[in-house]
Design a protein around this ligand. Sequence first.
Ligand SMILES: N[C@@H](CCC(=O)N[C@@H](CS)C(=O)NCC(=O)O)C(=O)O
Length: 216
Amino acid sequence: MSRRITFYYAPHSRASCTLALLETLGADYDLHMLDLVEGTQRRADYLAVNPLGKVPAIRHGDALVTEQVAILIYLADLYADKGITPAVDDALRGPYLRWAVFYAACFEPAIGDRARGVAVGPAMSSPYGDYDAVVDALKAQLSTGPYMLGERFTAVDVLWGTALRWAMAFKLVPDAPVFRDYVERVTAHPGIARATALDERYAAEQAARREAATPA
Ligand SMILES: N[C@@H](CCC(=O)N[C@@H](CS)C(=O)NCC(=O)O)C(=O)O
């Protein structure tokens, strides 16, 4: 079966991480560009792809995958020959899945609640405990470095490197050396650096198109 996928993407969004993964894998993809400012993700044709109106999403044959962490795991497995996903019988497979899911299940809710000033209540009734516990767990894991799982660069580094970059930019995590060094190390990888440049280019092209379409 062909590995070519359709990638539903918008610049400067969570889909930017998927773009970084696709570029890292050297994957074959057709870009389906959405404009979050214009709201094309809320039109019926895209709601048929993801009823939540969110990017990223991918289509591979009959498989439609939404949720950036599911997409990450799916694509890294589809391109297992590229060596950035630990195999099922590899001792790193468990930690790999743990830190992929930790991102969506603990980190995003923790920084989201913090950004919105949500009163979380007792740690026992929150799915992630509390913000400090999440940040401390992350710091402890990254301090074993150089990558999330130690010596080996894997797809979870694409996720965490790009996510911590924006989380630091928005001051949603402390400006700690362990985060800064990790982001610098990971985002310097050629596929991620290429995706960063593409993401900027697509964002600028979209902005120019909107500007040109605005009546004077
Ligand atoms: N749970 C989703 C969240 C995706 C998400 O929030 N995407 C944002 C961009 S960063 C989006 O598409 N927003 C457009 C909208 O809600 O209209 C995932 O992890 O993929």
